[in-house]
Ligand binder design. Structure first.
Ligand SMILES: [Zn+2]
Length: 236
């Protein structure tokens, strides 16, 4: 009789021809042993190891402008361009599943698993509902939900909300960015979260203005709260 494993194998091959699995970064067809991204892209993705050092470049940048507990960016923003491509596909090419890939990588490689110790909630930088409708998702949702699964810290989009639809930050200088996001956020039921520690997650830190505004909303409105920050990457 024809061994069942060959049938299974054949079925998998047919599926792969009909619906080839593509690299989430470069879109090339993945080989059977490759998961999510191809070997070549994976080798271009470099971890910062920042979470291992309290006084790392992200912490220093943010601590200069707002009172934060700890901060890290997971991947180096470098010339291989893999991290940029992944974030671009995550935000603009309808690939929310890239967030799950980032969470999986974080779980496997986080050099300091204590980063989430004593953290009560993971919250994303919120999008204005209008922008979220247009994109169809917040690019941090899958990342946050998977972090919740891996680290056991609840992820929620119901505490930190965006109240003002701000213009894009990309063409603005540091001062304009700060003005642009000042008072853009608000807290829902602040008193309920008194004394809690929040990790704000975001894709890229550039000047830190958006994170600063989010962190200030939390610290100003939630009594005795603490804020930490985790981003995918940072433009130095
Ligand atoms: Zn690739």
């Amino acid at each position: 009789m024809f061994p069942i494993k060959y049938l299974k194998r054949g079925y998998k091959d047919v599926l792969n021809i009909l619906y080839p699995r593509l690299c989430l970064s470069c879109n090339n067809v993945l080989l059977e042993y490759e998961q999510d991204i191809c070997h070549r892209c994976l080798s271009g993705l470099q971890l910062t190891g920042f979470d291992y050092r309290h006084n790392n470049p992200v912490y220093e940048k943010l601590a200069a402008i707002v009172n934060i507990n700890r901060a890290t960016a997971l991947f180096l923003f470098d010339k291989s361009g893999v991290i940029q491509k992944l974030i671009h596909n995550l935000k603009y090419k309808n690939h929310p599943e890239i967030g799950a890939f980032f969470a999986k990588t974080t779980k496997n490689y986080l050099s300091d698993p204590g980063f989430f110790d004593d953290v009560d909630y993971i919250v994303p930088v919120p999008l204005h509902p209008k922008k979220q409708r247009k994109r169809g998702y917040n690019q941090m949702t899958e990342f946050g939900r998977n972090l919740e699964n891996f680290f056991g810290v609840p992820y929620t989009e119901k505490i930190l909300l965006r109240q003002i639809h701000t213009a894009s930050q990309t063409k603005k200088n540091a001062l304009q960015r700060r003005e642009n996001v000042k008072n853009a956020f608000r807290i829902e039921q602040a008193a309920k979260y008194s004394g809690k520690h929040f990790v704000i997650i975001d894709d890229v830190i550039t000047t830190g203005a958006t994170i600063e505004s989010c962190a200030e909303s939390i610290l100003n409105y939630i009594p005795d709260s603490k804020v930490s920050v985790m981003t995918l990457t940072m433009v130095l």
